[in-house]
Design a protein around this ligand. Structure first.
Ligand code: PLP
Length: 401
């Protein structure tokens, strides 16, 4: 027998392991210092009361013979698929219920979707980016073309005429950069995909953070996207479901390649390899879209965005270049005076006791940059900003070196 040797081509993911080792070593050497963590992309706000109440009711239903439910639909319960359609209607996007597939989160579907595409497709992936896109394609043995995010293009790479791709990954609002494509920029990608018969895999896991109504919160707000794009979304970051697990993937009926409906292929894939999301979780997710649930989750998003604003103000005050933070929970900053990503990580840890994420961990294009997450608790963020100001500001250690 032979193993899948493509796995051996994956780079070991040292990022969070190395971070935790460095933090542990520092904590052991400095037992009196409280370490403030702005590195992890996990949420800290609890589930909204409307979600908890819906799940509580669903648990009770599962405990009574009359209302007990066994296997659900592979594609998700109609009540949740309809609620997703209602949410998209508010964004001006008309979806059919059978174009929405409920999942256990965006990460699984982003990996699983590759089942429906041939091995020989050319894949185009931004750099830096959420590492799952590249790793899932490396596992499948595909060649990857990278498009570079840079300070000059605001970490929003656009199509280039001389680059031919069949599968294109876009993430907006972006992890790690917090950058958000405009309608015009997404329009350029949709035009490129239609011209090249390509498919865009659009990751909108952070769409709930968009405050500026002029920015697209779904690729289907762009004309022509329903003929060239699949959208992946999640309740993880917008409603605190990172541990509860629920998301959805939209595959329009109008998306046809090689004369075949991708919706039909994805349905076939899901019915074979996936047995659905728990009823209790889907009831909780449904509650996110009620008036109460939307108001409560919006408050949590506002809390994180206020954290981001505090970070942005601090960086502005220090004259440090950054993207993100306004319609996204991440701030992506240029490491001051030419420090490498890990150099700045060490500096912040040792001079301020603050932990962030080195940009180089998101691809070579992230070298020299650094990600701060706004998902922390307010007091921690405030304290961290005070320490960063002291370390980097006038008279701080950083300038004294
Ligand atoms: N897409 C992006 C860009 C993410 O940053 C994340 C999680 O951090 C995911 C998808 C995964 O989300 P989920 O928890 O729904 O699997």
């Amino acid at each position: 027998m032979h193993i899948n040797e493509h796995f051996l081509k994956l780079e070991d993911s040292y990022l969070f392991f190395t971070i935790s080792q460095k933090v542990r070593a520092y904590a052991e050497a400095n037992p009196g210092v409280e370490i403030l963590r702005l590195g992890v992309g996990d949420v800290t706000r609890p589930l909204a009361p409307a979600v908890v109440e819906a799940m509580r009711k669903a648990v009770l239903e599962m405990g009574r013979a009359e209302t007990f439910r066994g296997y659900g639909d592979y594609e998700g319960y109609p009540f949740l698929r309809q609620a997703v359609c209602g949410y998209y209607r508010q964004k001006g996007v008309a979806l059919r219920e059978d174009e929405v597939f409920i999942s256990d989160g965006a990460k699984s579907d982003l990996g699983n979707i590759l089942d429906i595409f041939s091995q020989d497709n050319a894949v185009l992936i931004p750099n830096p980016v959420y590492p799952v896109y590249a790793d899932t394609n490396i596992m499948a043995g595909r060649e990857i073309l990278y498009m570079n995010g840079t300070a000059e293009n605001g970490f929003l790479p656009l199509p280039e005429k001389n680059v031919r791709a069949d599968i294109i990954y876009l993430c907006s609002p972006n992890n790690p950069t917090g950058a958000v494509y405009s309608r015009e920029q997404l329009g350029a990608w949709v035009a490129y995909a239609l011209d090249n018969d390509a498919v865009i895999l659009f990751d909108s896991a952070y769409e709930g953070f968009i405050q500026d109504g002029a920015l697209p919160a779904s690729i289907y707000q762009i004309e022509g996207a329903a003929e060239c794009a699949i959208e992946f979304c999640s309740f993880s970051k917008t409603a605190g479901f990172t541990g509860t697990r629920c998301g959805y993937t939209v595959v329009p009926h109008t998306l046809v390649r090689g004369g075949v409906s991708l919706n039909g292929l994805w349905l076939r894939r899901q019915t074979t390899k996936f047995n659905g999301v728990p009823y209790i979780v889907q009831r909780g997710a449904e509650a996110v879209f009620t008036a109460e649930g939307l108001a409560q989750t919006k408050r949590d998003i506002a809390y994180y965005l206020e954290n981001a604003r505090m970070m942005a103000d601090t960086l502005d005050g220090l004259g440090i270049w950054f993207t993100g933070g306004r319609n996204a929970p991440y701030i992506w900053l240029k490491c001051p005076t030419g420090l490498s990503s890990w150099g700045f990580f060490d500096f912040l840890l040792t001079k301020a006791g603050v932990v962030g994420t080195p940009g180089a961990g998101f691809g070579a294009g992230g070298e020299g940059f650094f990600r701060l997450s706004a998902f922390g608790e307010r007091d921690n963020v405030a304290a961290a900003m005070g320490r960063i100001k002291a370390a980097l500001g006038e008279g701080g250690d950083y300038h004294a070196d």
